[in-house]
Structures are given as structure tokens and as C-alpha cells.
Design a protein around this ligand. Structure first.
Ligand code: ARG
Length: 565
């Protein structure tokens, strides 16, 4: 694929025909002796107003000294390209080895800022399976964009505002006790939360009390505020533990409550632009023209809503970070919310509303139905991670008990396998969680790729050949090597594509492909042979380059690459 792509680029440059169109015209000839690729020039006759023969002859001249083409021939209106696999191999591997950890990176971002709102937890609730996707996708996009030269701002938009806090305070006052909460943290809060909802079914008056407590928080009543802050701290302490395990740090934990005193400018703007109208007591922006229900801005009691706070948040981020893009990694069940408030911002005249993107992803359910925090039916992220680590530990104990740093490596494998599986499919796909699948280490999984990385490392360690000297690249003139090198050369494009589509899964699938191609090469060719140092060197360089790409690709999806396992 890669050669085709380079040829298309060059042809597009010469002819002025779009790269995409040229790419579609290029064929793979049926017969080998007609070259690796061919351009049927009659497809260009109309645009270039010349006969196919003439076009082929003219274009051939422009390809005189191309590095990775051994030959370009003009035959009967066809331009035939013969790839020089050896010099392509040399060029690609040299670039990878020279650039090292920076191979695949670019300065495309040129210092522009991208805000990424992800993993946003709700106060007093644990991180559960549902958060795995936003967390893994957001973190990966962060790595990807930084690698492309953007300056990323990672924001955990805490759900720390709303009646659920009132709910929790009521439950705590009625059935809670401080020692227990201090000891068991969010687990105890969840228990209280579940109990509240059970009780509320028969005692609807509890809801009034919850509202009352939350009103007190809003009014900054000292007792209520103290409870609120304490509960929030407990949540944060616990989520930090999970983030540490995942190797994730946020630049900001500014949640919804941070914006409560920043909403007036939004409301003022909506009044000024005459967008805000009364509707059954509430104040809304009508969106009938866009086939959407009205976006409610203020309730009849004057309280703000999720959308109001998100509008204030967007304004604040634009002012503070002057982002060129702001991404919201949130499940698709909030599609309407994002469409609505993006639209309202646009109507209010903020032209940068075009730079807001909802990076949505599919829903996760359990095999026996939907998850529900209220009913306490969920898989906790920390349990999921620790079970995966346990399984990795067992496997290491069974297969390689002498391994150094066993604990650390078990963590890399366990955590890696969970993150990897979350980033394997297109993000929009719904998922049904099963423990068996989650703890599967075979097939296209992190451990498979990690193992390939460790294998490459051990091959390199076994040889004492210096890689700086000359290598005989003709050794790589075989299908297995050519396919692997083509894939390695594709890396930068894959990363850019993943960024453009906000789709880390493109990198996950890519790294599996590289690992498979490396393994195929490894099984079909001895890497260190007694034959000839220069040939060994070429094979070792290929091994080293593969290892480099695997490591970087894994890092971009937030998975660590152990040197041994
Ligand atoms: N806390 C919200 C939820 O769990 C997600 C917040 C996403 N970010 C935002 N700016 N709305 O549903």
C-alpha cells in the first residue's frame, strides 16, 4: 500500500489531479513483468488533453531519479512502476532507527491547543466499566495529539453538581456513619446511594429532603458545603488510585460546580441575542428549526441545568486555553445534549462552536442487562483491573517464575489487556461485557503484542552485532520482510488518521498487524544466522525497527511495552 501511496502523491504533484483520484486509478498489473503498479494513462486523457501514450512518456521523464523505484516504463499508454524494495527497506529502517521514539511523530499541531474532556466521573460514584471507554479513548487521544505536536489539556469534568449530592447527604444523615465512610470510601457511599433509592420508592418525601439539601449546598450553607466537599474528596481519592494504575494524570479536575458562578455571561448573551424564551415557566432556547427539542437553560426556580453549565464551561475553556479544538469523550446517549448546546452556541454567534466535537462511543451492558449505579449493578473498574493483574500474575508464575520485576510486568500486562480491549473496536460499537472475554489473553490482545515486543527485544539482546555498520539490505528482499516494512512505513499516516477520526482503534488494529507481520517474518527467517554479519545486521535492524514501532504504538493507546515477559 505504501508504495502506491508515494507514487500517487508524486503523480498528483506532477499532474495537478487530486491525490484521491490518482490513487483510485493506480492498478496492480496482473503480470509481474509489467511492474508492481501501473497507471492506465487513458484515464487522464480528458483532463490532460493528451493521448495516453504521450502522457505516459511525459510522466516517465519526471520520475527519472526516484529513490524507491528501480524502473519506470512507458508501455502502450501505461506507466509501469517497478519498486526497488531494497532501497525502500534501507530508507525506512534508517529513518525509524534514527528517529527512535520520535518516529511517526510530526509537528502538524504546531503548538495549537486541544482540550480533551474525558473520563468525567460523577461525584460520590465509583469508576465503573462504563468509564473505561471514555478514559481509555480520551487518554489515547491525548497521547496521539501530543505526538502530532499539539498541546493537550486533559480535563476531568467532574459531575459534582446536582441533586445526587442532596440524595447522598440525606442517605448519609439517615443511615451513614463517618468511620465506615472513611474506611470503605466510595464503596460505602454506593451502598448508601443504593439504599436511598430503595427507600425512596416507598418514601417519596425523601426526594424533597434531597432537593432541600442540595439547595443548601447551592446557597453555600456551611454545614452542607462541608459535607459536600468531604464527599467529593472521598470520590477523588479513590478515582486517583485507579488513574494511577492506568498511568493517567489530568491537567484539571474542574467540574460542574466550578462553573456555577460563571453562568451569568451565558444567560446575558442569550438574552442579548433574543434566543432565550419562556416556556412553561422555564427559560429555553427553541431549536424547532433544527429538529431538536428546546434546550432548557433555566428551570422555573432559576436553577441552571447541565447544558447551561456546559455552555459556561465551553466559554471558559475558550477564554482560558484558546483551544483550536475541544473534544468531549462521552457516550452516544448524550448525542442530543451535545448537538443542542453546540447549536445554541452557534446561534449565539460564537463562531468557534465549530471547533467543539462530541467524540461519542457505544454503550456497555452486562450479559444480564444494563448497568445501573442506582441498583448497584455494575462492574467496578478497579475490580476489573485487579482481576486482570491477578490473571497475569498466575500466568507468569506458571510459565516464567524466574522473571525479574514480576509484579511490575503483571501490572503492565493486566492493565494493558483491559485498556487494549477497550480500544480494539470502533468506538461507536456497543459492547456486552463478559469476564471471559475481558480476561482473554489469546489472539489479538495486548499480551500478544507485548510478547512480540519482548521477543524482539530478546533477539536483539542475544546478538552482539553492532548496528551502526553497514547492512546488506538485499537480505530483506522477500515477501515477509517487504510486507512488514510497508506496514512500518505506514505508521505516521495511521496516527494522523486516528487523530482525524478520533479513533484510537486504528492504532490498536495497526499494532496487531505489525506484530503479526513481525511474527510471520520471525518464524520464516532466522534472524541471527552464522552466514554473514551484514545480512544479520539487516535482519536485526528490521527487528529493532519493528520493536520501536510496536512500543510507540502501544504507548499511544496507553499500554506499556515490557522488555521481558
Ligand atoms: N459526568 C457526565 C456523565 O457521567 C459526563 C460529563 C461529560 N462532559 C461534559 N462537559 N458534559 O454523564
Amino acid at each position: 500500500m505504501e508504495y502506491k501511496h508515494i507514487i500517487a502523491e508524486k503523480l498528483s504533484e506532477i499532474t495537478g489531479v487530486s491525490y484521491k483520484d490518482i490513487l483510485e486509478m493506480i492498478e496492480v498489473p496482473k503480470e509481474n513483468k509489467m511492474g508492481d503498479f501501473a497507471l492506465p494513462c487513458f484515464k487522464l486523457s480528458r483532463t490532460l488533453r493528451k493521448a495516453p501514450n504521450q502522457i505516459a512518456d511525459d510522466l516517465k521523464e519526471k520520475f527519472s531519479d526516484n529513490d524507491y523505484l528501480s524502473k519506470v516504463k512507458s508501455v502502450n499508454g501505461y506507466l509501469n512502476f517497478f519498486i526497488d524494495k531494497i532501497s525502500f527497506a534501507k530508507q525506512t529502517l534508517t529513518e525509524i532507527i534514527q528517529k527512535g521514539d520520535l518516529y511517526g511523530s510530526s509537528d502538524e499541531g504546531n503548538g495549537q491547543t486541544i482540550c480533551i474532556d474525558y473520563s468525567s466521573v460523577n461525584g460520590a460514584k465509583p469508576l465503573h466499566l462504563g468509564h473505561l471507554y471514555t478514559t481509555a479513548i480520551g487518554h489515547s487521544l491525548y497521547q496521539i495529539y501530543e505526538f502530532l505536536g499539539y498541546n493537550c489539556v486533559g480535563i476531568n469534568h467532574l459531575g459534582d453538581y446536582g441533586t445526587q449530592y442532596g440524595t447522598l447527604i440525606v442517605a448519609y444523615e439517615k443511615w451513614g456513619n463517618k468511620e465506615k465512610v472513611d474506611q470503605y470510601g466510595v464503596e460505602e457511599l454506593t451502598r448508601l446511594y443504593v439504599k436511598y433509592h430503595e427507600e425512596e420508592e416507598n418514601h417519596p418525601e425523601l426526594a424533597d429532603q434531597a432537593r432541600m439539601w442540595f439547595k443548601k449546598v447551592e446557597d453555600k450553607n456551611p454545614e452542607a458545603l462541608e459535607l459536600f466537599n468531604w464527599l467529593k474528596e472521598i470520590t477523588l481519592k479513590e478515582v486517583h488510585e485507579t488513574y494511577n494504575l492506568l498511568g493517567i494524570e489530568f491537567d484539571y479536575y474542574t467540574g460542574e460546580s466550578f462553573y456555577t458562578d460563571k453562568m451569568q455571561p451565558v444567560i446575558d448573551k442569550l438574552i442579548e441575542t433574543r434566543l432565550l424564551v419562556k416556556d412553561q415557566g422555564a427559560q429555553v432556547v427553541r431549536l424547532d428549526d433544527y429538529d431538536m427539542p428546546p434546550c432548557i437553560m433555566l428551570r422555573s426556580d432559576g436553577a441552571s441545568l447541565y447544558a447551561t453549565r456546559d455552555m459556561a464551561t465551553a466559554l471558559y475553556r475558550k477564554q482560558t486555553f484558546n483551544f483550536s479544538k475541544c473534544l468531549y469523550v462521552v457516550a452516544y446517549h448524550q448525542d442530543l445534549h451535545f448537538k443542542q448546546f453546540f447549536k445554541v452556541l452557534e446561534l449565539a454567534g460564537y463562531e468557534w462552536s465549530d471547533d467543539l466535537f462530541h467524540v461519542n462511543y457505544g454503550m456497555v451492558s452486562l450479559e444480564d442487562g444494563a448497568m445501573s449505579t442506582r441498583k448497584g449493578r455494575m462492574v467496578l473498574l478497579k475490580d476489573l483491573l485487579s482481576r486482570a493483574i491477578e490473571k497475569a500474575t498466575d500466568i507468569i508464575e506458571g510459565k516464567n517464575p524466574e522473571l525479574e520485576n514480576k509484579e511490575k510486568i503483571a501490572k503492565m500486562i493486566g492493565v494493558g489487556s483491559i485498556v487494549f480491549s477497550a480500544l480494539k473496536n470502533n468506538r461507536i460499537k456497543d459492547l456486552v461485557f463478559s469476564w471471559d472475554k475481558a480476561l482473554n489473553f489469546d489472539g489479538e490482545t495486548a499480551p500478544y503484542v507485548q510478547y512480540t515486543h519482548a521477543r524482539a527485544n530478546s533477539v536483539l539482546n542475544k546478538s552482539n552485532i553492532l548496528l551502526d555498520d553497514e547492512a546488506d539490505y538485499s537480505e530483506l528482499d522477500n515477501d515477509e520482510a517487504a510486507q512488514l516494512i510497508t506496514a512500518l512505513a505506514d505508521f505516521e499516516d495511521i496516527i494522523k488518521g486516528a487523530a482525524r477520526r478520533y479513533e484510537p482503534s486504528m492504532i490498536t488494529r495497526y499494532v496487531v498487524e505489525v506484530a503479526q507481520k513481525f511474527n510471520k517474518y520471525y518464524f520464516d527467517h532466522r534472524i541471527i544466522d552464522n552466514d554473514n554479519e551484514k545480512k544479520n545486521r539487516a535482519r536485526l535492524l528490521l527487528t529493532k525497527a519493528s520493536m520501536q514501532v510496536i512500543k510507540t504504538a502501544l504507548e499511544l493507546i496507553g499500554v506499556e511495552a515490557p522488555n521481558q515477559m
